[in-house]
Ligand binder design. Structure first.
Ligand SMILES: NC(=O)C1=CN([C@@H]2O[C@H](COP(=O)(O)OP(=O)(O)OC[C@H]3O[C@@H](n4cnc5c(N)ncnc54)[C@H](O)[C@@H]3O)[C@@H](O)[C@H]2O)C=CC1
Ligand SMILES: CC(=O)C(=O)O
Length: 310
């Protein structure tokens, strides 16, 4: 199955590298406004595959995306140290107007997987520009924030992160919402698990962990200029769920008609991902504070999407 990637900088190339090593798809085509960069990334990634898989990796033009099952879009500008994701909006919407039209001409049947920030607003923009059904435009959303939360909770509790079942929902950005009320470790409610093993998850610990999740991108960008490995793996995870029709539940973004009273909004909720894209969306049980925070997050995103004209 062919997977396209448009935008082959740090994020696009990390997604390509991860998919090539894990054997996600059978062919990966890299497209960039800078064709020399796309060629160099394709060669470099292809040179890793003899150690892992037989995935074919090459650079191409938009036309080479024909029949792609999924096209990842990671084109655009990224944050400078201290800059918020939402500051990138105007520049990246301009990029999307040309990128989405190139992708749609070549691969009208593809599922679009958006990585460019500000993620939820760009997912909204991609759906409106492409005119695709809502379930075929997926934003990576809080898949990365959820992974960061699980990793930090795993450290705190001294267990593997994949035994932590907890989500970050809402915006992939500063208004994101960690959901504590339904979080589990194994099959035990997380607060009870933490008490039983003598590593309590009190208000101070929760606040510290939530702050670290929300601040992770800022901290990493301060240290190395950008983030790429976490999102590269997250994108590969979503693509695998599509290509293999896994029906995995992942926290990803999608345009919805209404969430918490906010209309025409893209944000992350747990969603079942399979060959047709988003197969279903689950509204988790939230406590009052979490529900209010999700509504606030939707309002923040809506404040930006409502200014866009399509
Ligand atoms: N969703 C997430 O969790 C994450 C999202 N990001 C976002 O991903 C995006 C990409 O980040 P990086 O890869 O670090 O940036 P980068 O600058 O390394 O790569 C961006 C690439 O887009 C290409 N590009 C720009 N305009 C284009 C166009 N019109 N057509 C085709 N290609 C075009 C550039 O030539 C460049 O190679 C940024 O918006 C960043 O904020 C970054 C990390 C995590
Ligand atoms: C840059 C970004 O969106 C992240 O690492 O979360």
């Amino acid at each position: 199955m062919k997977i396209g990637i448009v935008g082959t900088g740090m994020v696009g190339s990390a997604a390509g590298y991860t998919m090539a090593l894990l054997g996600v798809g059978t062919e990966i085509v890299l497209v960039d406004a800078n064709p020399a960069l796309a060629r160099a990334q394709a060669q470099d990634i292809a040179h890793a595959t003899p150690f892992a898989t037989t995935v074919a990796v090459r650079a191409g033009e938009y036309a080479d995306l024909n029949n792609a099952a999924v096209v990842i879009i990671a084109a655009g500008v990224s944050q400078k140290p201290g800059e918020s994701r939402l500051a990138l909006l105007e520049r990246n919407v301009a990029v999307f107007r040309s990128v989405i039209s190139g992708v749609m001409q070549a691969a009208p049947e593809a599922i679009l997987l958006i990585a460019t920030n500000p993620l939820d607003v760009m997912t909204f923009a991609a759906q409106r520009i492409s005119g695709l059904p809502l379930e075929r435009v997926i934003g990576s959303g809080t898949i990365l924030d959820t992974a960061r939360l699980r990793s930090l909770l795993g450290d705190h509790l001294g267990i593997a992160p994949n035994s932590v079942h907890a989500y970050v929902l809402g915006e992939h950005g500063d208004s994101e919402v960690p959901v504590w009320s339904s979080a589990m470790a194994g099959s035990v409610p997380i607060a009870s698990f933490a008490r039983q093993i003598g590593r309590p998850l009190d208000e101070v610990a929760r606040t510290r962990i939530a702050d670290q999740v929300r601040g992770a991108a800022y901290t990493i960008i301060e240290g190395k200029g950008a983030t790429w490995y976490g999102i590269g793996a997250g994108l590969a995870r979503i693509v695998r769920s599509i290509t293999d029709n896994e029906r995995t539940v992942l926290s990803v973004s999608q345009v919805s008609d209404e969430i918490e009273g906010v209309r025409d909004i893209a944000l992350s909720l747990p969603r079942i991902i399979g060959r047709q894209g988003v197969l279903a969306t689950l509204m988790p049980e939230l406590d009052e504070a979490e529900r209010a925070a999700l509504k606030r997050s939707a309002e923040v995103i809506s404040g930006f999407t409502s200014k866009l004209e399509f």
